[in-house]
Design a protein around this ligand. Structure first.
Ligand code: ZN
Length: 229
């Protein structure tokens, strides 16, 4: 089944992320497929967590899972006998569910978290605090997850050793994308100053600088409300 593109693909989540971490260290990230047979719980986010944004929840995290062959063809992992007649979405692979072994659903800064295929019903916040058993054990272990993180800001940092990375929202688009600044230059921006690169046609942007094992936002015109500074 092809998922419909949601009306909001995390536009506000990324704005909030940039606002939250301006001037602060943002952890590098990595992801590895591992075996994890133990029970897992939905991550309960703050209001700034991607899960709080209607239409965005999990969609892009699913795309991250789909980059690994272990998750090409699969279905909702959960095997608990807690299905009700309302669980019509089960056993679909609707979202990449953000999971933790912590029954409270809280992921401490720097702690690992896990992604696994879930249907919408099992991913619902109403299932928070429920211990999910699963017979399939391949999950994607995430390192460097931070409060307010989104799939795009997480993926942007994964294995990224470029000095500067441009995160941008194209005009008329509800989708964030990113490119190494050095690659952007190679693609035809090499004879104009940076300021010109970042005015038109690109609208909102943030530049992330890699320092040691973390990233810092060194330039951005994004404000949390979405208007330019
Ligand atoms: Zn399910």
């Amino acid at each position: 089944m092809k998922l419909l593109m949601p009306s909001a693909t995390g536009v506000e989540v990324v704005r909030a992320f940039v606002a939250m971490y301006r001037g602060k260290m943002i952890q590098s990230t990595s992801a590895d497929v591992i075996d994890y047979p133990g029970v897992l719980y939905n991550v309960t986010g703050s209001t700034k967590d991607p899960k709080a944004v209607k239409g965005y929840k999990g969609l892009a995290w699913k795309a991250l899972l789909k980059e690994y062959p272990d998750f090409y063809e699969t279905s909702c992992y959960v095997t608990n006998p807690i299905l009700s007649k309302r669980a019509t979405s089960h056993p679909g692979f609707d979202v990449g569910g953000h999971m933790t072994p912590n029954p409270s659903g809280v992921v401490q800064r720097g702690a690992d978290s896990y992604l696994m295929p879930l249907c919408k019903w099992h991913n619902s916040t109403r299932r928070n605090g429920t211990a999910f058993s699963h017979s399939k054990t391949k999950v994607l272990k995430l390192r460097g997850y931070m409060e307010g993180d989104s799939a795009i800001t997480f993926a942007m940092r994964m294995g990224n050793n470029h000095a500067h990375t441009l995160l941008f929202l194209a005009p008329g688009s509800k989708k964030w994308d990113f490119i190494a600044l050095s690659d952007a230059v190679k693609q035809g921006f090499d004879r104009v100053p940076l300021k010109a690169i970042l005015t038109s046609p690109i609208q909102e942007y943030a530049i992330f600088e890699k320092r040691d094992d973390g990233f810092y936002i060194v330039s951005s015109n994004i404000s949390e409300g979405g208007s330019k500074d």
